[in-house]
Design a protein around this ligand. Structure first.
Ligand code: NAD
Length: 479
């Protein structure tokens, strides 16, 4: 039984969650303790008690701890990557890459602990000085989704600790393994008891407790729009600071002048890799008339060569869908798209058993052509290996279609025209814009986040993370 970490101690829960391998549903990875609301409260109490001392810890102390955590994660990337692939279903190279990213993030924020910055300036009044500094916010509640089981926790926990906050971390129910492994590393890194707490449990129990306890000063949430709306309502009701990263319906435009190989590689990568389960996945391909038929033919050809199999097997391009419920959502949307007039050009087949006969949640990547902008497949997030294609007349039409969405996380364009690439970077209504690159797959040292219905509040990652994890103080001194 893998336990929760509360006030420096490993505690049994009040229920158990079974962590199942989606590549082979006979494989039980482990049983993980589920906390109840009282245990979540215990963790908040511990974090609140630890905050006064931790918020005044030295930058050197915080650097040393975060740097050591990063070093251990990087040293164990193969083992942790294997666990991640086993519980979430992304391929082994993708999973090891995610672990590498988590290690890099801890090292980046270790450095940020040494660079807190600040400003001094003269007052407008004679003899008065002004200092502008940043301070820790307090106890932060961190709530994460299942699709990046170690990178998203890392990009919330590392900046929170770097700037002197105490953490209560609630991972997604589906993937407790990577979260627990990260917590175990943190538990040995030299943090005082209560500074970091792991509370695995249900969103409606542990998550709600974090949203509603007045001692939780700030909540950072990544997940679905529906849950994000609950987080926002609860946080506003008690004036807590909050930050939301949610869904996407990310467009990728392919213009007549695109390099066909570049466009196909970017679309296949960002549409289907990680089983399409990335918030930044390109799920809407907007293709101009002159290249449309050639592009579809090349996509279909490329997709036929993709191997859907056990996530941890060498040579697998696409692992399973994460669980039965997500699989049901994916196949439902393929049905909805067809019923609305879309044409299934390739894939979308359920595979019950992989090449070795193991039962798993496999689905071949699906390409749906002949869709129109108002169809549900082009408006709602599927969160699986399902990509739709919309035909556009020209660049201006494609740009308008790309922005015609309630979401605004990432957007891409494949073109050899400097003019269109430059115009698109300025006029796309997305937080992250890619030219001749997949919309998914971003750097760890620069801001991450979106606009419109995709995100709310300050950006995550890079130096910009300070906006959320610190609060600004302006001090005046009369000499
Ligand atoms: P989800 O909203 O179901 O769950 C996210 C987290 O919220 C989980 O830990 C869950 O237990 C918790 N939760 C559920 N109900 C809660 C409640 N009432 N109060 C507090 N917490 C609660 O999302 P998911 O299915 O785990 O993740 C998939 C979604 O995440 C997709 O929409 C995807 O686009 C999004 N996502 C966004 C980003 C981003 O940065 N924009 C990154 C990854 C995933």
């Amino acid at each position: 039984m893998f336990k929760n970490l509360i006030n420096g101690e490993w505690l049994d829960g009040h229920g158990v969650s079974r962590n199942i391998n989606p590549s082979d549903t006979r494989d039980l990875i482990g049983e993980y303790a589920q906390a109840d609301a009282a245990q979540a409260e215990l963790a908040i109490t511990a974090a609140a008690a630890a905050f006064p001392a931790w918020s005044l810890s030295t930058p050197q102390q915080r650097f040393d701890i975060l740097d050591a955590v990063g070093t251990e994660i990087l040293a164990r990337r193969a083992e942790l990557g294997d666990l991640l692939a086993r519980e979430e279903g992304k391929t082994l190279p993708e999973a090891i890459g995610e672990v590498q990213r988590a290690g890099n993030i801890f090292k980046f924020f270790a450095g940020e602990a040494l660079r807190p910055g600040g400003e001094t300036m003269p007052s407008v009044r004679p003899g008065v000085g002004v200092e502008i500094t940043r301070e820790a916010v307090g106890v932060v509640g961190l709530i994460t989704p299942w699709n990046f089981p170690i990178a998203i926790p890392a990009w919330k926990i590392a900046p929170a600790l770097a700037w002197g906050n105490c953490v209560v971390f609630k991972p997604a129910d589906l993937v407790p393994g990577s979260a627990w492994a990260l917590a175990e590393i943190l538990s040995r890194a030299g943090l005082p008891a209560g500074v970091f707490n792991l509370v695995m449990g249900r969103g409606s129990v542990v998550g709600e407790k974090l949203l509603n306890d007045p001692r939780v000063a700030a909540i950072s949430f990544t997940g679905s729009v529906a849950t994000g709306q609950k987080v926002a309502a609860a946080a506003v009701a008690r004036m807590a600071k909050f930050q939301l990263e949610m869904g996407g319906k990310n467009p990728m435009i392919v213009l007549d002048d695109a390099d066909l190989g570049v466009a196909v590689n970017a679309a296949v990568n960002s549409g289907f890799f990680s089983t399409g389960q990335r918030c930044t996945a390109s799920s809407r391909l907007i293709v101009t008339d002159g290249i449309h038929d050639r592009f579809i033919a090349a996509m279909v050809e490329k997709m036929k060569g993709l191997k859907v199999d056990d996530a941890r097997k060498a040579g697998t391009d696409i692992g399973p869908v994460v669980d039965a419920s997500q699989l049901g959502q994916d196949t439902d949307y393929i049905g909805i798209a067809k019923s609305e007039g879309g044409k299934l050009a390739q894939g979308g087949q359920r595979i019950e058993h992989n090449a070795d006969g193991a039962p798993g949640f496999y689905l071949t990547p699906a390409l749906i052509t002949d869709t129109t902008p108002e169809m549900r497949i082009n408006r709602e997030e599927v969160f699986g290996p399902v990509v739709s294609v919309i035909r556009a007349r020209d660049y201006e039409h494609a740009l308008a279609l790309s922005n015609d969405t309630p979401f605004g996380l990432a957007a891409g364009i494949a073109t050899t025209s400097l003019k269109h690439a430059t115009h698109f970077k300025r006029h796309s209504q997305a937080g992250m814009v890619m030219v001749n690159l997949p919309t998914a797959g971003v750097d760890y040292h620069v801001p991450f986040g979106g606009r419109k219905g995709s995100s709310y509040g300050p950006r995550e990652q890079g130096r910009y993370a300070a906006e959320f994890y610190t609060t600004v103080k302006t001090a005046y001194t009369q000499a």
